[in-house]
Design a protein around this ligand. Structure first.
Ligand SMILES: O=C([O-])C(=O)C[C@H](O)[C@@H](O)C(=O)[O-]
Ligand SMILES: [Mg+2]
Length: 418
């Protein structure tokens, strides 16, 4: 089955002013939506980053796909590598670790790989999970992803979540999210306030939600000594400690002193990082993300490596829409070695490009969609609306730092400040 044309559409969807070590989320999150239109009318869907730097690279591949066989994934990999050469996509926030030509190729390849797998599934009448080896589980568990946040965007009214800067407000945010989605595990995005204040936030969550596994992720905002202290303070409280400090060496030093495992989506972000990180026992859990790990099949390859070295696997998430969630659910379902509830930004999203109904959270879990391919259907009107929003909003890249400076005057991104 041959591809007739590839259509790549940048979109913007409303996002909340969520705080992290790099600043604050802007009014819109940007994504790209890919439609691979095949000769017999099948359309394969993909979704990835919407930053202009990423779009520039992905657009190099778009014209090369006419006539490409949707079952030829090695050929896709060659085309992407040749088209990109040594180009490097640098995202402004750096919240998923460093940049390299390899990571850029893996990211662009992933967008097209997912759409090709979706098209293959439609052609065969089978879900993508079946193409990935079959379901190891029928449902995939996710965690409640808590953020400190401003009450509203600059010049706007407070949103429905309101301001969240205190332990009480954090517990309220968690309660609302858990009531609505049924999550068990809870993750706090940290690196925003002094570590002691964030430790207090975790303690409040532990008291309010006994038995719920807890994680905290300051995106490398703490120095090694600070990270060791937080690990001591939260001994017996955390399920895992995520990216407390930057780099494999720093993480390895913290890991030696921490009672809980360390997780990462910042220091093990490509296959080259696996050997040094595992040898130094820097991490106990890798948070995979098919968007930059080279697609769904490479995510499974990563899982086998993790299993071999007795390292856990779960999943990282950025702000995303339904096509990405569907891809995450299929690969998570088809990956036997997946040890923890995955991250998702889903509860923060108010708009989508897919027809509602295929992806439903029940008890914090999403069942693998039943239909062929990814099992989600694109809503053309919604796509047009979110594209129009992209054009109108004027954002062309995610830039949490500059937006934070508009709130606070001065602001330094928090790279191991504390
Ligand atoms: O686990 C993580 O490091 C993330 O989810 C990174 C994200 O970019 C998150 O920090 C965000 O959206 O602000
Ligand atoms: Mg993280």
């Amino acid at each position: 089955m041959k591809i007739r044309e590839a259509v790549l559409t940048p979109v913007a969807f409303a996002d909340a002013p969520l705080l992290n070590a790099m600043g604050v989320h802007e009014p819109f999150a940007l994504r790209s939506v890919l439609q691979l239109v095949c000769e017999d009318g099948v359309v394969g869907l993909g979704e990835s980053y919407g930053d202009s730097g990423f779009l520039d690279q992905a657009r190099k591949v778009v014209p090369l796909l006419a006539g490409h066989d949707v079952f030829d994934l090695p050929g896709l990999r060659r085309k992407v590598a040749e088209a990109l050469g040594g180009a490097v996509f640098v995202d402004e926030h750096g919240l998923t670790g460093g940049f390299s030509s390899g990571k850029t190729i893996a990211s662009v390849y992933s967008l097209f790989e997912v759409a090709m797998l979706d098209a293959q599934g439609h052609a065969l009448g089978r879900p993508v999970a079946d193409l990935l080896g079959g379901k190891a589980r029928d449902e995939v568990e996710f965690s409640a992803y808590l953020f400190y946040k401003f009450g509203g965007h600059l010049g706007a009214e407070h949103d429905a979540w309101g301001e969240v800067t205190t332990p009480e407000a954090l517990v309220g945010e968690a309660k609302r999210m858990i009531d609505e989605y049924g999550f068990t595990a809870i993750k706090l995005k940290a690196g925003v306030f002094e570590p002691a204040q964030e430790v207090e936030g975790i303690r409040a969550l532990a008291d309010a939600f006994p038995g719920h596994p807890l994680r905290i992720d300051p995106n490398g905002a703490w120095r090694v000594e600070t990270a060791k202290k937080v690990a001591r303070d939260l001994d017996g409280v955390l399920e895992y400690l995520e990216d407390p400090t930057p780099g494999i060496e720093g993480m390895a030093e913290v890991a030696k002193h921490a009672s809980m495992p360390l997780a990462t989506n910042m220091c093990v972000i490509r296959f080259d990082d696996v050997e040094p990180a595992f040898r130094q026992r820097a991490v106990g859990i890798v948070l995979s993300d098919h968007h930059f790990w080279g697609g769904l099949r490479d995510t499974q390859a990563l899982s086998v490596l993790c299993r071999t070295f007795d390292v856990g696997l779960s999943m990282h998430s950025n702000s995303h829409l339904g096509i990405s969630l569907a891809a995450m659910v299929h690969v998570a379902a088809a990956t036997p070695h997946l040890s923890y509830a995955c991250d998702t930004h889903w509860p923060w999203k108010t708009e989508d490009v897919v027809v509602p109904g295929a992806l439903v959270f029940r008890d914090g879990k999403v069942a693998v969609p039943q239909g062929p391919g990814l099992g989600v259907e694109l809503d053309p009107d919604a796509l047009a609306r979110l594209h129009e929003q992209y054009v109108r909003c004027g954002q062309t890249k995610r830039d949490d730092v500059t937006y934070m400076r508009r709130f606070t005057g001065t602001f330094d991104p928090n790279t191991a400040r504390w």
